[in-house]
Design a protein around this ligand. Structure first.
Ligand SMILES: *Cc1c(COP(=O)(O)O)cnc(C)c1O
Length: 964
């Protein structure tokens, strides 16, 4: 046939996503290679990636699809989910995300591509959003301090348990009490955590809390089947017995209910999901964690604090010191790093937009409709298990089978208890019409109840389901921020004003080593707000979630091929949670082999702080392995320590390529040494962006790895979360990955506990990674990796004449990131890595990673998405800064009065009437003419961080703290 396939292929290629995802074009690549004096991409890779670990073939993936094709296909899959009306409740509720927030925050790269706000001067917008979130949580819970989100309600409860143990100095017992009316998935996660902390769990009726000798207790409010009762007497009695109490609370109910703080709780946790964040088959959602003032030094997670800049203007920053408790080895009870910043911002904005009055209307309506339902059911002779409620009822003595049949016919999802009871929870989306439909479903058509008539009956009853002792009598959301932005115009401008303060990927490259800030393509992001993906309850019946199953299954298969592992477990909500899940899999496996005594975890000194924290959380003893002068793991030391710990050796945690940005030649040997001594190999997959398509951890010795889908696989960083940290495991570990008590997972041991509240973690963002892989294809993914390596080497090449580049591989190449050493400069000029980081803001850039893994350095990771134009712009800025440093070195500019130490420059600076600096205003704010063309203005001057805040590593502790 006269059919030119080649031309057709070219036609298809015209749309190839690969060309959109990757920054450099063919000319750029040629020029970059030439600057490195390397003749081809292949020889660059040959010089960089050890031959012994190379994959040697293309990944076996389907041919790439264009953006349109991939979205088409994904939509077909999404439509296999059935959006039913969900009354399942159990911690997840349908909600109405205000459109102004959906479009301007959730769907806006100005918000979702930002990085964790470690550089406060260019993050004031999202810091303010997170502060709103904290304020909202404090007000609603009645506590004096709240953090800026945790991963989900269940892990927040587990963190609370750990905090109880740390803070309780009175009770020596190692037992923790959980009330039996806590959500089952919360109990599941708490149980896993307790097991590895060596805590005994006592589960019983809440009323018996004070009868047990326990260090802490978890109560739920309202109870999981809807009961609302005053916890004050229980909390009092517990307090008398020296027991600390944590209340897991429903945030919407707190609008009407007496706040747990007023009942004396020491901690309050919960999920902010129903404040505008779609259920998304389980996440992502922001959990909250609030404490009394007494516990403020020990609260886990990030806390935003109000501080001042150099002019004394209010400036926000993350108050890091509060998390330093994790640095002390035996107290490393939390490994939280990536959290849920974007979702916390959305929930906070939901409260800003509605204000206290709006929330009272919403919660009041939910309660009134529930009361109508309860009243009607009582009239019809149905027995309710509790005589109090906010939004949840539990019906007993009913014919669950019949109800189920009618419910399915109406696409109505209810909660079915094992004992035949039926439960249901109403939410913000429930209407009077829905309540009428519920009567039909619950009672059959002949019930004769009329919602309008019932409404007349309940309207004068006030908060009929809420006991008087539980009625809220305090104000909340009284701060002006929660009163000013109730019109859409005001809200739109508020959101825009905050967005404009922040620097995101929409402005410039964010060259964060280890964090892989690559393109989050619009096409990848579009599906997350499709109702077929967004409005699915995580415990929806299996036949309603076929689309999700297919998407998750396909993504798992892609990731298996990419990593060389046999199985992918999709539950962990972050890299750190993946580490935790992976180490548990190792421990469970060794236990099953009769080698439960193995408890030593070797970790190189260069490891990311989450590694030792996760090891400590699985009750392992961390032994630090030294690195040599080239940054490579010291094999002699490794061999020695593996031998010393012999029968006790459980695992090693290695990052590959190393956190020093080098493909270590000895990786296989290191894995073999550990295997020889009966240990397992955990490979931290945060640096997968240097390997995809070139090498696979499952091939060169890994038994298990986590993948940071929010780094390598395009889930945006969201200003500090969401994320997903699925783990890949070899077959022998597959039965030991997390399971789930509500939705059991196939192929996993029944007694394997959960590490997250939802069976597939933050399922609704998995389509982002699915779409990325689908659109890139095997060749695209490999080329992306090659370009990431080329970009880093290009930067290292350009900067090496100006700054010492630390650590290179055997042939003088770096991997996908490079470290420049600022210490020698600091000795000569007093200029620190922090001064450079702040000065980069004047040039419109976000700083690289500061002082990780080596203090006094900057780690730069360009990623494949940055064009040569952008890489050059960055290098030019760095070189220009080096010239500025030279003027300090020469004494031309005093050490305490120069554009570096005064950086960043704000409008306040350059508008001053008096300018007493040895450089011009123009030099300060427009260091190069290029900057003038597109000036980004930091909104505050340098925020004065205390010394202890300098070594910031994704908010996690430094490995040095674990040394003997
Ligand atoms: C980011 C990172 C982690 C932690 O991942 P989170 O998703 O933030 O929990 C672990 N190890 C390395 C090397 C990382 O860069």
């Amino acid at each position: 046939m006269a059919f030119d396939n080649r031309r057709l292929a070219q036609l298809a290629n015209h749309d190839a996503f690969l060309q959109r995802h990757n920054g450099p074009d063919a000319d750029d690549i040629a020029a970059m290679l030439e600057s490195l004096e390397i003749d081809s991409m292949d020889s660059l890779i040959d010089r960089t990636v050890p031959a012994s670990i190379r994959l040697g073939r293309e990944l076996d993936l389907d041919p790439p699809r264009s953006e349109a094709e991939a979205l088409d296909y994904l939509y077909r899959l999404a439509r296999q989910n059935r959006v039913a009306k969900s009354y399942i409740g159990q911690g997840y509720y349908d909600t109405l995300l205000p459109a102004v927030i959906q479009r301007n925050v959730l769907e806006n790269p100005g918000w979702y591509t930002a990085y964790t706000p470690y550089q406060p001067e260019i993050s004031q917008g999202r810091l303010e959003g997170l502060l709103n979130f904290q304020q909202m949580v404090m007000d609603l819970t009645g506590m004096s301090l709240a953090n800026a989100s945790l991963l989900d309600e269940a892990t927040a409860a587990a963190e609370a348990m750990a905090l109880c143990r740390r803070a309780n100095k009175k009770v020596k017992s190692n037992a923790f009490f959980v009330a039996e009316d806590v959500f089952p998935q919360t109990l599941d996660v708490v149980r896993t955590r307790a097991h590895y902390f060596g805590f005994e769990l006592v589960v019983g009726p809440a009323a018996e809390v004070a009868e047990h000798e326990v260090f802490g207790a978890l109560l739920q409010y309202p109870g999981e089947s809807g009961r609302v009762h005053d916890l004050t007497p229980l909390i009092d009695a517990a307090g008398q017995a020296g027991i600390m109490t944590c209340v897991s609370a429903d945030i919407m109910s707190l609008v009407l209910l007496k706040e747990p703080g007023a009942m004396g709780a020491d901690m309050v946790v919960g999920s902010a999901q129903r404040f505008g964040v779609p259920m998304g088959f389980g996440g992502p959602h922001a959990a909250f964690f609030a404490t009394t003032d007494k516990l403020k030094r020990s609260i886990p997670g990030r806390i935003i604090g109000v501080s001042r800049d150099e002019y004394g203007h209010t400036a926000l920053r993350m108050a890091m010191q509060t998390r330093e408790q994790h640095i002390r080895r035996e107290k490393a009870t939390s490994n939280i790093c990536t959290a849920q910043a974007l979702l916390a911002n959305i929930a906070g904005f939901y409260a800003v937009y509605h204000g206290a009055e709006g929330l009272r209307t919403i919660a009041g309506r939910i309660h009134r409709l529930t009361t109508i339902l309860a009243t009607g059911l009582a009239q019809a002779g149905v027995k309710l298990v509790h005589d109090s409620w906010f939004d949840t009822l539990r019906l007993t003595g009913v014919d669950a089978g019949k109800i189920h049949g009618r419910a399915m016919a109406q696409d109505v999802n209810l909660r079915y208890f094992a004992d035949g009871d039926v439960g249901l929870s109403l939410d913000q989306t429930t209407t009077a019409h829905d309540v009428a439909e519920l009567f039909d479903v619950l009672l059959g058509e002949e019930h004769g109840l009329a919602v309008a008539v019932l409404d007349e009956a309940v309207v004068n009853q006030g908060l009929a389901g809420i006991p008087a002792a539980c009625e809220r009598d305090s104000d909340f959301l009284t701060h002006p921020t929660f009163q000013r932005y109730h019109s859409e115009t005001e809200m739109l401008r508020y959101l825009k004003r905050l967005e404009n303060k922040d620097l995101s990927l929409a402005h410039a490259m964010i060259p964060l080593g280890s964090c892989t800030m690559k393109l989050n393509a619009t096409a990848e992001m579009m599906p997350i707000t499709w109702p077929e993906l967004a409005r699915i309850h995580p415990f929806a019946p299996q036949d309603q979630v076929a689309g999700y199953k297919q998407i998750i299954g396909e993504l798992a298969a892609f990731l298996e091929e990419i990593t060389g592992y046999d199985h992918i477990a999709m539950q962990p909500n972050s890299g750190a949670q993946g580490e935790y899940a992976g180490l548990i899999a190792i421990r469970r496996y060794q236990q099953a082999q009769g080698e439960g005594q193995r408890h030593v975890c070797l970790i190189p000194s260069s490891a990311h702080g989450t590694n030792p924290a996760s090891a400590a959380m699985t009750h392992m003893k961390v032994v630090v392995v030294e690195c040599d002068d080239n940054g490579n793991i010291d094999l002699a030391d490794l061999r020695h320590k593996a031998e010393t710990h012999g029968d006790d050796l459980s695992a090693i945690m290695l990052t590959y390529p190393s956190t020093h940005g080098v493909f270590e030649e000895s990786i296989q040997e290191a894995c073999e040494i550990v295997h020889q001594h009966g240990g397992q190999v955990y490979i931290d997959g945060a640096n997968m962006n240097a390997q995809v398509g070139l090498a696979r951890p499952g091939d060169f010795g890994g038994d298990v790895s986590h993948l940071n889908l929010h780094k390598t696989f395009c889930i945006p960083h969201g200003g500090g979360g969401p994320g997903m940290g699925p783990i890949g495991v070899k077959a022998h570990l597959a039965a030991h990955v997390p399971n789930h008590c509500v939705r059991g997972l196939e192929g996993v041991a029944a007694d394997a506990g959960a590490v997250a509240a939802a069976p597939f973690g933050s399922a609704s963002i998995l389509p982002i990674s699915w779409a990325y892989i689908k659109m890139m294809g095997a060749r695209g993914l490999r080329e992306a990796t090659q370009l990431a390596i080329l970009g880093a080497n290009y930067i290292a090449g350009r900067l090496s004449a100006h700054y010492p580049v630390l650590y290179k591989g055997a042939n003088g190449q770096v991997a996908h990131e490079c470290i420049i050493d600022i210490r020698p400069l600091k000795n000569g000029s007093g200029i620190s890595e922090e001064d450079i980081a702040k000065r980069l803001m004047d040039y419109g850039f976000h700083a690289p990673t500061m002082s990780f893994p080596v203090p006094g350095t900057l780690m730069i990771e360009p990623t494949e998405s940055e064009s040569r134009y952008e890489l050059d712009r960055f290098c030019d800025a760095m070189i220009h800064i080096r010239e500025e440093i030279a003027r300090v070195e020469s004494g031309e500019w005093p050490a305490d009065n120069n554009p570096l130490v005064k950086a960043p420059h704000t409008m306040t600076d350059i508008m001053q009437d008096h300018w007493e600096r040895p450089y011009s205003r123009e030099t300060g704010a427009f260091p190069t003419t290029a900057v003038k063309a597109a000036k980004y203005w930091p909104s505050v001057n340098r925020v004065d961080n205390v010394q202890g805040d300098r070594q910031l590593i994704c908010s996690c502790p430094s490995i040095d703290a674990y040394r003997d």
